[in-house]
Write a protein that binds this ligand. Structure first.
Ligand code: DP6
Length: 358
């Protein structure tokens, strides 16, 4: 697939220096992206809630370099971090075909997360989205195209090349990535905003219960690769496609119970796929299952619309509408928090996407 955006070029030999900064949130998929091919292309469309409190702030100071090759320095939470620096350098080198201007630059990048680094929360979505917004702005400024409006699809495309789920983190409120007949303008190349969404979903809560802060035992790239040999891969991609159609209707009608059921079914499907891949992974912990049981019991007993979803890890995302906030919070504090690692909860809510910091 050819690159759908204009490649900007620096026309003069003098590069001005400057500084940009963007805050990007994490997101939680309701229909999951699991399985990819080619240059970061999804096997199925996915749809997520953009969060607000779990976010990454990234600042980049840029200036002309001498050697004609991109160079960077990277600080994570104020300290040098070689592993992250290598990852970001590799990512930026991989997008030089779309951003040739980078080879004229030295970038001093500094990044920090609002959530604790060792919380077990994957930060690649917010981190790659924030870098993508910064690079898009630098590209526009240096090529004389201003910095006022960033083309959000272009930023999403770039974020996607860093991490698939990051493509959705630049979209306000609800984002969908991957071509789907019922999502207007959808594309495998970038995420788009989901239209026709009932307002109940614009203030939906996602309280993240940290069951284990341990590093993931399987990287997402390795996890996606496991789908290649999974006998359920084909029906799974069809199922995800069907679930997006179903979810579109639910989002329009505001049917919170149907939304919660679909979110839970997707979480269980994702983990079932990992359990039956070769090698098999069990990423849930005993506390994960305890919390799932408690949520289901509480719902049965009280009829309160509280649901869960999971990422590729043991931590639980508790989903509920703003109308039951008080009941949900006391249930979480009294019943669920004892199952977490040191009482850790990150309280989050649907948010508006990227925020310019500089
Ligand atoms: C389970 O976006 O982390 O969170 O593209 O390899 O960086 P890469 O994978 P990544 O995968 C996320 C998978 C998921 C589901 C989702 O967010 O859709």
């Amino acid at each position: 697939m050819s690159y759908p955006f204009k490649i900007l070029n620096q026309s003069t030999s003098t590069i001005q220096s400057g500084r940009v900064g963007w805050r990007c949130p994490s997101n939680i998929a309701i229909v999951k992206y699991w399985g990819k091919h080619g240059r970061q292309l999804p096997r199925n469309a996915s749809l997520s809630l953009t969060l607000s409190n779990a976010h990454t702030d990234t600042y980049i100071s840029y200036k002309g370099n001498k050697g004609g090759k991109l160079s960077i320095s990277f600080l994570f939470e104020g300290e040098a971090n070689r592993a992250f620096e290598d990852k970001i350098k590799k990512f930026l080198d991989s997008v030089l075909d779309h951003y040739p201007v980078l080879n004229l630059l030295h970038l001093d990048i500094s990044s920090s997360n609002s959530f604790p680094h060792s919380s077990g929360i994957a930060s690649s979505a917010s981190a790659m989205a924030a870098i993508a917004m910064c690079i898009c702005e630098i590209d526009q400024v240096i090529s004389g195209n201003g910095s006022e409006t960033i083309d959000i699809h272009k930023a999403s495309y770039l974020a996607r090349l860093g991490s698939g789920s990051a493509s959705r983190s630049v979209i306000s409120k609800l984002g969908a990535w991957g071509t789907h007949a019922e999502i207007h303008d959808s594309s495998d190349l970038y995420a788009v905003a989901v239209a026709d969404v009932h307002e109940v979903f614009h203030s939906f809560h996602d309280d993240i219960l940290i069951v284990s802060a341990a590093e993931k035992s399987v990287s997402s790239t390795a996890g996606h690769a496991l789908m290649n040999g999974n006998v359920y891969a084909k029906p799974r991609y069809q199922q995800a496609n069907d679930r997006i159609s179903e979810l579109k209707k639910i989002l329009k009608s505001g049917d919170v119970d149907a939304f919660g059921k679909l979110a839970e079914d997707e979480a269980m499907t994702l983990h079932a796929l990992m359990m039956c891949s070769d090698p098999s992974y069990v990423l849930m912990e005993p506390g994960t299952l305890d919390i799932i049981r408690e949520i289901r019991n509480y719902r049965l007993e009280t009829n309160t619309p509280i649901y869960f979803t999971l990422d590729a890890g043991p931590n639980i995302h508790v989903l509920y509408p703003d109308s039951v906030k008080e009941d949900a919070e006391s249930f979480i504090n009294q019943v669920l928090v004892p199952y977490t690692a040191n009482g850790r909860v990150i309280k989050d809510i649907v948010g508006n996407g990227p925020k310019k910091l500089v």
